[in-house]
Write a protein that binds this ligand. Structure first.
Ligand code: HEC
Ligand code: HEC
Length: 338
């Protein structure tokens, strides 16, 4: 009775008809609302002066000592927000100690870095600029570069109302840009939202296994990970015993070999896998998890299904218009490659 009234108010058979279709879909969506993985929400804000400034900074190699390395060097937005290297290459070709995680969807992490030592994106963004093995600059030097470029000082003035650029605003703007780097509308998310045909039977079976085997206990939520610190090597010690993970932050014995659970969103784009890049093969990575986290061996069929499911987590990549950076001036400090 109530339903008829609503249809009358809407006053159109067309609307009423479309409503019938969407109740069918809504039913699936409502059931799937209880799934332990949630779809990535659409970004509300994609175009503000702050985000545009943050994008310039993300791509600006002048924030590094050499004038050569930008955030995008190691978090390449053309390759899933990572560098697809075992470990990153920093200032003077220094090889970093650990695999670079993707910046895509990083906002869904409970904290940043493998060991969670930065509380959020803003806190994180100051790290690489001053890390001698990465961009090898200092916050002062980076700010001096920006301050020497009138277009930048104008932008900072417009966005933050400041005459002098500070590192606080630099990291704030970069974080605002990173907030936009999400990948909604993966096939899996479409299925979560009620589209039965978005994933195949094989992929659905993979998801069922992902839950049944227990992967979901750690890889869940919007990011399919990123929500907790967990031990790598729950049932048997992992071979890399040098990288201590969360222990570095807490200095508590119980946190040795605990790492932030990585996001599995877009996982097919971000090989090699694990903090030590021990495999380039997603199928191997799944077997390693089964072995070290559960002490089980998956059959080939189970492995293939889980891998098929993981590939449905690839979403729409952010569409980036490559920024044109404001030119240096005579006052801009010169790159230093030493
Ligand atoms: C030389 C390569 C390199 C450069 C340049 C670099 N990063 Fe990273 N980034 C890494 C590595 C390696 C890690 C992981 C380090 C760790 O966890 O100890 C990382 C971690 C991160 C994370 C955490 C992601 C997660 O899942 O925990 C974010 C966010 C990030 N970087 C953003 C940036 C931004 C913003 C810049 C520019 C200001 C930048 N990076 C510059 C290599 C780099
Ligand atoms: C007890 C928690 C836990 C369980 C259960 C678990 N994982 Fe993980 N997973 C992690 C942690 C922690 C890492 C990061 C390990 C590292 O590199 O230090 C990880 C890493 C991964 C990676 C590599 C991600 C990357 O970006 O390098 C994949 C793929 C993965 N897990 C899939 C699975 C699958 C599939 C299952 C079920 C068979 C599973 N995981 C079960 C905690 C867990």
């Amino acid at each position: 009775m109530k339903f008829t009234k609503i249809m009358l108010i809407s006053g159109s058979m067309l609307l009423a008809a479309s409503h019938v279709v969407s109740t069918e879909e809504t039913r699936n969506e409502e059931t799937r609302n209880n799934e332990p993985i949630q779809p990535i929400p659409k970004n509300a804000d994609l175009n503000s002066a702050k985000i545009e400034l943050g994008k310039q900074l993300f791509f600006d190699p002048r924030l590094s000592k050499s004038g050569f390395i930008s955030c995008n060097s190691c978090h390449n937005l053309a390759t899933g927000g990572a560098d697809n290297l075992p470990s990153s290459i920093g200032h003077k070709w220094q090889l970093g100690p650990i695999n670079s995680p993707t910046v895509l969807n990083a906002k869904f992490n409970l904290a940043q870095f493998w060991d969670g030592r930065a509380k959020d994106l803003k806190d994180q963004a100051g790290g690489p600029i001053a890390n001698p093995g990465e961009m090898a600059s200092t916050h002062e030097a980076a700010v001096t570069v920006l301050q020497s470029i009138p277009e930048y000082t104008d932008s900072f003035n417009k966005v933050y109302g400041v005459k002098k650029v500070g590192i606080d605003q630099v990291t704030d703007a970069i974080a605002a840009f990173e907030e936009t780097l999400t990948t909604p509308n993966s096939r899996f998310d479409k299925w979560l939202q009620g589209d039965d045909r978005a994933i195949s039977e094989q992929e659905k079976a993979g998801y069922t296994l992902f839950k049944a085997k227990g992967c979901i206990a750690c890889h869940n939520g919007v990011g399919v990970g990123g929500g907790s610190y967990q031990k790598f090597g729950v049932v048997k010690p992992y071979k890399d015993t040098k990288t201590l993970g969360r222990y570095n932050v807490t200095k508590e014995e119980k946190d040795k070999y605990f790492f932030k659970v990585p996001l599995l969103r877009n996982i097919e784009l971000t090989a090699p896998y694990f903090h030590d890049a021990s495999t380039w093969d997603l199928s191997d990575a799944v077997d390693i998890m089964a072995e070290y986290q559960f002490g089980i061996t998956l059959s080939d069929d189970e492995n293939q299904k889980i891998v098929a499911f993981l590939k449905t987590l690839t979403g729409e990549q952010p569409s980036i218009v490559y920024p044109v950076l404001p030119p240096s001036t005579v006052n801009t400090p010169k790159p230093n490659r030493e």
